[in-house]
Design a protein around this ligand. Structure first.
Ligand SMILES: CCCCCCCCCCC/C=C/C(=O)SCCNC(=O)CCNC(=O)[C@H](O)C(C)(C)COP(=O)(O)OP(=O)(O)OC[C@H]1O[C@@H](n2cnc3c(N)ncnc32)[C@H](O)[C@@H]1OP(=O)(O)O
Length: 264
């Protein structure tokens, strides 16, 4: 793992990004050749629910960007009122064990990839963002959210338990106290409420405004060494990833989830 971590920021310095654009069915990736900013757009109507295929494409998109010389990446949605509705409920309904295992692995891998990118990331949250949608935005370094939508980890309201790396992601963003209040009650915050507790960093009038504010965030790093920046990010986030990725508890938890899912 360590070699991967140290090789990436060096390799990106030798790769050009000019005129890059790629669009698969579920995720569109474009890089602005003037600004060097990549935009990763989820496009799985009606609600960008996270199924295995979308997660695989998302993970691939963010991984590929690691080999390009980009200034930063924005995660957003092509849908008018939804960022992401979270995990696809159908993935959790009577799945085959192999599919369930692949699904949970893809979810965790995608979270780790986005949480760990060598380049800066912003979620431009242009619609509702419950549960797994909120998790994706928490994996980014900065969140700009359009007014009058909702965001949060509402799992308890659905009668399910957020995995501890969902909780850790929330605690990495807002206080332990606020996380406890939010998670135990399954609270969905409106944009302005989310801003007040620091769950989102900025609010926006509309998607264009959100994208503009997201782009501005990257200029904070204009005078910062990208390798020093990435190693500092790892210093801050590494322990959370280690807990999420490696522990015995995680493996047990996943077995428990799959077991629960296959029995419903
Ligand atoms: C199952 C138990 C297993 C136990 C094992 C442990 C599990 C651990 C769980 C780990 C953590 C879970 C994380 C999650 O992300 S769970 C998913 C949580 N998501 C939600 O609560 C969001 C639900 N959706 C909504 O609130 C609204 O749909 C939304 C605000 C997003 C949009 O509202 P809108 O009014 O615009 O649209 P509709 O509600 O009419 O929806 C349109 C169609 O989309 C379908 N839909 C919505 N959400 C989902 C989803 N998450 N997965 C799949 N499909 C979804 C909805 O049914 C509509 O479909 P139809 O048009 O066909 O009716």
């Amino acid at each position: 793992m360590a070699s991967k971590i140290f090789v990436r920021p060096i390799s990106i310095a030798f790769n050009a990004f000019r005129n890059y654009s790629s669009s698969s069915k579920l995720v569109d990736v474009s890089i602005n050749d003037k600004t060097g900013i990549a935009t990763v757009t989820m496009q799985r109507p009606p609600v960008n629910s996270l199924n295995y295929e979308l997660l695989i494409e998302l993970n691939g998109a963010f991984q590929d960007l690691g080999s390009k010389k980009i200034k930063g990446a924005i995660l957003t949605s092509s849908l008018k009122t939804i960022f992401s509705a979270g995990l696809d409920i159908l993935e959790m309904y009577k799945p085959k064990p192999e599919r369930a295992n692949a699904f949970w692995t893809s979810l965790q891998d995608t979270w780790i990839t986005i949480f760990n990118t060598p380049y800066p990331t912003v979620a431009a949250i242009n619609g509702h963002s419950p549960a797994g949608g909120c998790l994706l935005s928490l994996a980014c370094e900065y969140r700009v959210m359009v007014n009058n939508y909702t965001i949060g980890l509402n799992e308890t309201k659905l009668g399910i338990v957020a995995p501890f790396w969902f909780v850790a992601s929330m605690k990495n963003t807002i206080s332990n106290r606020e996380s406890e209040l939010a998670l135990t009650s399954g609270r969905l915050y409106k944009t302005d409420e989310a801003f007040k507790v620091g769950l989102v960093d900025e609010t926006a009038e509309n998607k264009e405004d959100a994208l503009a504010k997201a782009e501005k965030f990257f200029s904070r790093f204009d005078a910062v060494n990208p390798i020093a920046r990435f190693l500092t990010k790892q210093e801050l986030r590494g322990k959370i990833v280690k807990v999420g990725r490696k522990t015995f508890i995680y493996k047990i938890f996943r077995k428990f989830q799959i077991c629960m899912m296959t029995r419903i």
